[in-house]
Design a protein around this ligand. Structure first.
Ligand SMILES: [Zn+2]
Length: 1006
């Protein structure tokens, strides 16, 4: 069919494209496409004049030429390869489009940034990039020069689609948008093209997108089969892939961040789909407390412009406020917001694919509110095209707004950048310092390199600096550092130390300390990462984590310095920080101090054939101090070890064997299984990232495999249950049942027709139904009984408890406590437990909502109830009238640890009999701090429910152990401080009884 037959000829453009100057391009309306837009739009109030048609240009192929369907057609979705190919086709046909590769995903798919602007701007693209870079770092730029640059510059609007794989509309829409922006000749579009630069990333989560398209099309083509859930939204995590902007560990985060720092877009706009019909982000607050208030106004201003334009045209259900809060900086858009740009997002209504369906909504979505004066309707037919119309119209208003007000927005960008540089001397602090005498050097370097990746400059002090005593300096330094050496002294001294703590003290920063100056462009990002967060329980319920203080979560010391004089101290700007590792000293025995740097786990698993031992006590050799858990390598191949030490930046001391006098046991290289189910793989994704990054090998194994495996102990030494499902009974129910055993088997495998279901590092199965089942639970119990180690994290801790594997330990849901992702203090309760090897006295943990772990059978608990009414005061004893006074028995003060398994003389033999033998009793390794000391960052109410309760507890069961974690030790690549609790447990899985208080001698070498 001759396409031009459908074109209404409006004009003949001889120079539509300078690159194609010789060609006369025919333009007009693409009437066939336009007709279909109208056909697939279900109501006139779901469309605007901006998108109710598509222009035609004989030189530039419209999306349907390449895709064989219009954008927003029912029941079709396109793969990454097709979408990328269309963008490249566009670029090959018009000089107004340029395609850049911005990097590859974990599974090897390509991410793009597509530039659309007019020919003149395209020719000067490098110049415009130079200007935004200069405005982004205005140090040394005069106000006049800045204004000249702003007058010359073009603002950049970066739209990105589908970071969340089930949200499929944006990748389609962005093809049409790119085409429309390139060929349409209305003044509205010309304005955008002439006075701004548009960047488009059609798909952020390319791996998950292709998997989603497989799952969607599979159901379309085989409606007789059960519909598949999307097991892996990306290679690692699901929805959380936009909670990676503190850790920056996913390929997509790195690619987007790198592109942002190259281009400095004025606006970065993520396109999501989850609420009706079009939510334009501003958020409920509390807003992130570290960003410039200018950006808060920009959010509102841009949102209301688009709401007004859409509403004026009679479009229904466009609203703002609500939905999210704007507090945590861990969304993709925060790449922009934390780097002085404007990060924003839409949520439109999706049907989980391209279905057309009648959708009913309840009052939560349809009520009229001050922020939603024109709410969605109770019942409408919704189509993929509606979704395209809403997204595309609104973002075009946004783009036109930016283009029409370029100098204003660019000036704001410049101002925000300048005020970030001025921050050190206006609001402060002046700097954050990571002391040069940090013991966890690898984690410190790791964090500093993360800052560098984020564009934050790091300097290093050339000389020691002493800062006068000023309130505000110092906190929130990590409290569990090696400065706490004297902490175990008597209580009087503790009290005195507390009083001293209250007084400002001189701060000594040793030479070699790292300084993160707050007079640099991205000071606000660094301050956000390092400061403590206070989230008031008065505020609206938080959307995500409320606390994230990274120094604490990574267990590295940080010092907040308010004294601006520090900025004048001699210091050198650093690049990537590489640690010097190697072997010092002579002798055939090599010693590695256990400092809980996670590279030690890498070393152990990198050299599985090398015999290593763990010291069971602290010791000294050649005048050097080594902590409990330090590695001892006897008769080792020095060259081989030295190479590994250099690669990993680990310092090793060589000595003579007879100089090492300490009990020790072999450090294992166990076979580790990391369990996933076939419902949600999000939380295990963060564990896989941690293990993959540190090169600690594991087998990724499905719950359904545990169910079908007879002897797990033969296959594995350690099984890890990452947090999955809900807490308590609900979580157990889901774990046991899995996907319902309805219909026929549901294989999860790549086929010729659907080749994106799985990938290297993921899993496949003949049938994904049925969950762990009773036999899987029994197999796990037998595994532990046979000497295996089961690690049950956070919500998964209820599983071994409910299965009767945790004698004297209860796992429960909190009653009223609210802890929506906070940083809490714990103390090491059993320093001799191998799980605590290398740690100091205290450790900050990431904790979210539960569980509450209790040790003890409940008997022997002292009465804590307040006294009854009577004479005197609450502290006074009562006096009964008419008889001689008899004083009450003096209550014995016991620590929580002493109290937990205490059996009073009053109790009978049964109670004593119920208590397991000493060497089978649970061992609390970490304990949450007292309520008043519990919270470092975020929010907690009802903290008394977990105060002084176990955070990590080791429970013997048969020949093996179950270790329960109330915290989540591996979370979003932020909690490196608690990773080693996991690695210690793994590497000591067969010697967890070492150092038990029973007086039993240390176990002999195997
Ligand atoms: Zn989303």
């Amino acid at each position: 069919m001759n396409r031009t037959a459908f074109v209404i000829l409006l004009s003949v453009c001889l120079l539509c494209a300078t690159g194609l100057a010789q060609t006369a391009c025919t333009t007009g309306d693409h009437s066939e496409y336009t007709k279909k837009i109208k056909e697939f739009t279900t109501e006139p109030f779901f469309i605007t004049e901006l998108v109710d048609h598509l222009p035609y240009n004989s030189c530039v192929p419209a999306p349907d030429v390449h895709l064989h369907h219009i954008v927003g057609a029912p029941d079709v979705l396109d793969y990454t390869k097709e979408i990328n190919a269309y963008m490249r086709l566009l670029a090959s046909k018009t000089p107004r489009v340029k395609v850049m590769s911005i990097g590859m995903s974990e599974e090897g798919r390509e991410m793009l940034a597509v530039v659309v602007t007019d020919e003149a701007n395209m020719a000067k693209l490098d110049r415009y990039r130079e200007i935004t870079a200069r405005l982004a770092d205005p140090r040394g730029l005069s106000a006049d020069e800045a204004q000249k640059l702003i007058a010359e510059a073009k603002p950049i609007y970066w739209a990105d689609g589908s970071i969340h794989s089930p949200e499929t509309g944006a990748p389609e829409m962005l093809m049409e948008l790119a085409y429309r922006l390139a060929v349409e000749e209305t003044p509205f579009i010309q304005k955008i093209r002439k006075d701004s630069i548009v960047m488009i990333t059609p798909i952020v989560e390319v791996d998950g997108h292709d998997r989603e398209v497989d799952v969607y099309l599979r159901h379309k083509k085989h409606p007789e089969e059960a519909p598949y859930p999307l097991i892996w939204w990306g290679h690692y995590v699901a929805h959380d892939n936009n909670r990676d902007n503190l850790g920056v560990t996913l390929a997509l985060s790195r690619n987007m961040l790198k592109t942002f720092l190259e281009w400095h877009p004025t606006v970065m706009h993520d396109l999501h789909e989850s609420v009706p019909y079009l939510y334009i982000m501003t958020g409920t607050g509390p807003y992130n407390a570290w960003v410039d208030p200018i950006v808060i106004s920009e959010w509102q201003e841009m949102a209301y412009h688009e709401i007004e334009e859409m509403t004026k045209r009679g479009v229904v259900g466009v609203w703002t406020h609500g939905f999210y809060d704007g507090w945590a900086p861990n969304y993709l858009l925060s790449i922009a917001t934390m780097h002085n740009g404007i990060g924003r997002f839409y949520e439109t209504f999706g049907n989980g694919g391209a279905d057309t369906r009648v959708r009913s909504l309840g009052p939560a979505n349809t009520s009229r509110e001050w922020f939603r004066p024109n709410p969605p309707l109770p019942k409408v037919k919704w189509s993929a095209r509606n979704n395209i119309n809403m997204q595309e119209s609104a973002i075009l208003f946004g783009m036109n707004n930016l283009a029409s007000n370029g100098p204003k927005f660019l000036n704001n960008f410049y101002l925000k950048s300048r005020r970030s540089v001025e921050k050190a001397r206006t609001e402060g602090p002046a700097a954050w310092v990571l002391p040069g005498d940090e013991t966890r050097t690898a984690e410190q370097a790791n964090f500093l390199n993360l800052l560098e990746l984020q564009g934050v400059e790091v300097h290093r002090l050339e000389k020691e600096v002493r800062l006068p005593a000023v309130a505000g300096n110092a906190p929130p330094e990590r409290k569990g550092g090696d400065k706490d050496k004297d902490r175990d002294k008597d209580k009087d001294k503790d009290d005195k130390a507390k009083k001293d703590d209250a007084k400002p003290q001189e701060t000594v920063l040793p030479a070699g300390s790292y300084v993160i100056r707050m007079d640099q462009p991205y000071s606000r990002l660094a301050d956000t990462m390092l400061d403590t967060q206070y989230y008031s329980s008065r505020d609206p319920r938080s959307y995500d984590d409320t606390g994230w203080t990274l120094g604490a979560l990574k267990n590295i010391r940080t010092v907040r310095v308010t004294e601006a004089s520090l900025l004048d101290a001699p210091m050198k700007k650093m690049g990537k920080i590489e640690l010097a590792g190697g072997i010092a000293g002579q002798g055939k025995t090599l010693l590695i101090n256990h400092n809980t740097d996670n590279t030690l786990a890498t070393l152990r698993f990198r050299l599985p054939e090398v015999a290593m031992e763990a010291a069971e006590e602290p010791f000294e050799a050649d005048g050097l101090k080594f902590k409990a858990g330090s590695f001892i390598l006897r008769n080792a191949d020095r060259d081989k070890i030295e190479k590994a030490a250099k690669d990993l930046g680990i310092k090793i001391h060589a000595t003579r064997d007879e100089d090492v006098k300490v009990a020790s046991h072999p450090l294992a290289v166990p076979k580790v299984a990391l369990v996933h189910n076939w419902i949600n793989t999000q939380n295990d994704g963060w564990y896989r990232i941690a293990f993959d990054e540190l090169k600690v090998p594991y087998t990724y194994v499905a719950d359904t495999v545990l169910r079908e495996t007879q002897n797990l102990r033969q296959k594995f030494d350690v099984i890890i249950l990452p947090p999955s499902g809900g807490f308590g009974g609900a979580g157990l129910n889901t774990a046991l049942r899995g996907l319902p055993m309805r219909g026929g088997p549901m294989p999860w495998k790549n086929t010729e027709e659907f080749p994106n279901m799985t990938a290297t590092g993921l899993d496949s199965a003949d049938d994904i139904r049925g969950g762990l089942g009773y036999s899987g639970l029994a197999a796990l119990e037998q595994f532990v009984r046979d000497g295996g180690l089961l690690l049950a994290m956070q919500s998964s801790a209820s599983l071994p408890f409910a299965a009767g594997m945790t004698d004297m330990v209860t796992v429960a849901d909190p009653r009223t406590m609210q802890a929506p992702g906070s940083v809490l203090l714990s103390t090491i309760d059993d320093k001799k437990s191998p799980i605590a090897y290398g740690y100091d006295d205290k450790l900050y943990l990431y904790y979210r909502q539960g569980p509450v772990i209790t040790v003890g059978a409940g008997f022997g608990q002292e009465e804590n109830t307040p006294r009854s009414s009577g004479r005197g005061s609450a502290a006074d004893p009562d006096v009964i009238q008419g008889r001689p006074y008899i004083a009450p028995e003096k209550t014995v003060k016991r620590t929580p640890r002493e109290q937990e398994l205490y059996v009073s003389e009053e109790l009978g033999d049964l109670a004593r009999w119920l208590l397991p033998a000493k060497d089978q009793q649970p061992r609390v390794v970490l304990r949450f701090a007292a309520e008043k000391d519990l919270l470092l960052s975020g929010m907690i109410t009802g903290g008394n429910e977990i105060a002084e309760k176990p955070a990590v507890v080791d429970v013997p069961h048969g020949k093996g152990h179950v270790v329960l974690f109330a915290n989540n030790p591996m979370w979003r690549d932020e909690t490196m401080g608690s990773y080693f609790l996991v690695f210690n447990a793994i590497m000591n899985f067969d010697h967890l009884n070492a150092g038990r208080e029973t007086g039993k001698p240390a176990q002999p070498h195997d």
